[in-house]
Write a new protein. Structure first.
Length: 169
């Protein structure tokens, strides 16, 4: 991974999170929080997890050690999740923009919420987080379909195609 790849990856992540949130906008409040017995109980809980993971990794990259993920109960409605995801995605894009090539190879030491010590090169963590969010956006897609709502593609190729039409490339 090089710095341009990381920046593009986080542009994609922001784009995909935005599309996922927009797809959820058609849900009634009851549908948004309905327990569907998935990895995370509901669409709300899955989106809160995406936000929480993005937040906790960014905290770690800034040398902080959060002791817990935010609770899904902190997000009573879609708008509350949207605000936090928009904010964290902006912070992640800014973080990626601030990096140079040498930063990607820097080993970051951190502790999990359970207190276990770990360390990896930053590029691996950056790649992991974007992949993690993609995985859980896929779960949201399944939950939307279970609720009878229309999902929106968040495929990487769809991002590339949309970007190409916007830039004329």
């Amino acid at each position: 991974m090089n710095i341009d790849d990381i920046r593009l990856l986080y542009d994609f992540n922001t784009w995909a999170n935005h599309r996922t949130i927009e797809a959820c906008a058609t849900l009634a409040p009851e549908q948004f929080t309905r327990d569907l017995a998935s990895s995370f109980r509901s669409v709300r809980d899955t989106l809160a997890h995406i936000y929480g993971a993005e937040w906790i990794w960014l905290e770690r990259w800034h040398g902080r050690t959060p002791s817990a993920l935010p609770s899904a109960a902190d997000f009573p409605d879609l708008e509350s999740v949207r605000r936090r995801i928009v904010e964290i995605d902006r912070n992640l894009v800014d973080f990626a923009a601030s990096l140079n090539a040498d930063d990607l190879h820097r080993v970051v030491q951190y502790k999990t919420v359970a207190g276990a010590a770990n360390a990896q090169p930053l590029w691996q963590m950056l790649q992991h987080l974007a992949n993690h969010s993609t995985y859980h956006r896929g779960q949201v897609t399944t939950l939307l379909r279970q609720l009878g709502a229309k999902a929106i593609s968040t495929d990487l190729l769809a991002f590339y195609r949309e970007r190409a039409t916007q830039t004329g490339a």
